[in-house]
Design a protein around this ligand. Structure first.
Ligand code: GAL
Ligand code: CA
Length: 344
């Protein structure tokens, strides 16, 4: 037995071992170099609630630009973005996500149709070990806790509301004689709300007005209704209000720019002076309207910042690094982008 053991360490045996190790290391080097030369493809599925939304379109446009830029930077990486249009239907979107999971995509970016319906989606992604980056439409907090590889990139609806309220507050305090048409020291306003149930619709509606009342400004709501983020629906709604309230309307709050532009369309059509109208997003046509003086102000919802953060997160996850070491992530899951006031 002792004799047998000893044989393992004979010079011949050692030579064999050394040769084997050498060959193994050469072949390891070779395959490492091979993979360096060949192109790696990063496949990202991007599921949108609808393609028919101006602000979302600007996020997607920038994501595509960033994908091209990052391909150039790291020459052996190709980034495929597959964009899916959920057509405002959660069942349609779920089918699309099932497809992306079946095709084994590396990462999913989800602009979820129904923000209360994230749990099934998260469980499926977890089962297949595919990280999910939600953006712009925020799942409820409990669902976000279902798995560590779940992220949300967006802005705080509450903050958008506060800043929008501040725009109106400053205009009112600085030029009350102009805006208080009936001289009663009260703001008569209408509110164009986004989609019912959307965090930004609920919070912007609440906090814009709260900012005024917190500053001891008296307000009177003439009317409010949802126009689903849509310019044409907002124009129709505002025309009704113009018929009902006419010149009594002193301020129009719109939860987003598209609806603010719809309100401007309605006042223009009715050939009435345009009251103080404020939006949120800072989309291109809204910035033009601010320049021309029809839109008083907006709050920038940072589409570029959102897409930049998404791409950074995508690359970190793809490289197998921990995003928490490299980015500012709150409560394990959230990447927040600040809003910003824009007036003339
Ligand atoms: C909001 C944005 C709206 C609309 C909506 C879609 O943040 O202000 O214009 O794009 O998201 O989820
Ligand atoms: Ca008044």
């Amino acid at each position: 037995m002792y004799q047998k053991m000893k044989n393992y360490y004979s010079p011949l045996f050692l030579k064999v071992i050394i040769c084997t190790l050498f060959l193994l290391s050469v072949s390891a080097c070779k395959s490492y170099n091979d993979s360096k030369l060949s192109t790696n493809t990063l496949r990202v599925g991007v599921a949108l609630y609808t393609q028919d939304d101006t602000f979302i379109a600007s996020i997607v446009q920038n994501l595509e630009k960033l994908a091209r830029e990052n391909e150039n930077d790291t020459k052996n990486l190709k980034i495929n973005l597959t964009i899916m249009d959920g057509r405002s239907n959660q069942t349609t979107q779920m089918d699309q996500i099932d497809q992306l999971i079946r095709r084994d995509y590396d990462i999913l970016c989800v602009n979820i149709v129904d923000r209360t319906a994230a749990s099934v989606l998260i469980d499926k992604a977890k089962e297949s070990n595919i990280p999910v980056i939600f953006f712009n439409r925020q799942p409820v907090a409990e669902d976000m806790e279902r798995w560590e590889n779940i992220y949300y990139v967006g802005s705080k609806g509450e903050e958008g509301g506060v800043l929008q309220g501040q725009i109106v507050l400053n205009a009112w305090l600085n030029n009350k004689s102009l805006y208080d048409k009936n001289n009663d020291n009260i703001i008569q306003y209408v509110m164009l709300e986004g989609e019912p149930g959307h965090q930004d619709a609920l919070l912007r509606t609440e906090y814009s007005v709260k900012t005024l009342t917190d500053n001891d400004i008296a307000v009177e709501k003439l009317s409010s209704d949802s126009a689903n983020w849509s310019r044409s629906q907002a124009a129709t709604k505002t025309s009704e209000w113009i018929n009902e309230f006419g010149k009594q309307i002193e301020v129009v709050f719109a939860n987003n720019d598209d609806m603010a532009l719809g309100a401007i369309d309605a006042f223009t059509e009715a050939q009435l002076d345009i009251p103080l109208i404020v939006g949120v997003d800072a989309i291109e046509p809204a910035l033009d309207a601010i320049k021309s003086g029809t839109l008083y102000g907006t709050v920038k919802n940072d589409a570029v910042g959102i897409s930049n953060n998404m791409m950074e997160l995508i690359l970190i996850l793809y490289n197998g690094d921990d995003p928490k070491d490299k980015m500012q992530i709150d409560d394990e899951h959230y990447l927040w982008l600040p809003y910003e006031i824009i007036t003339r």
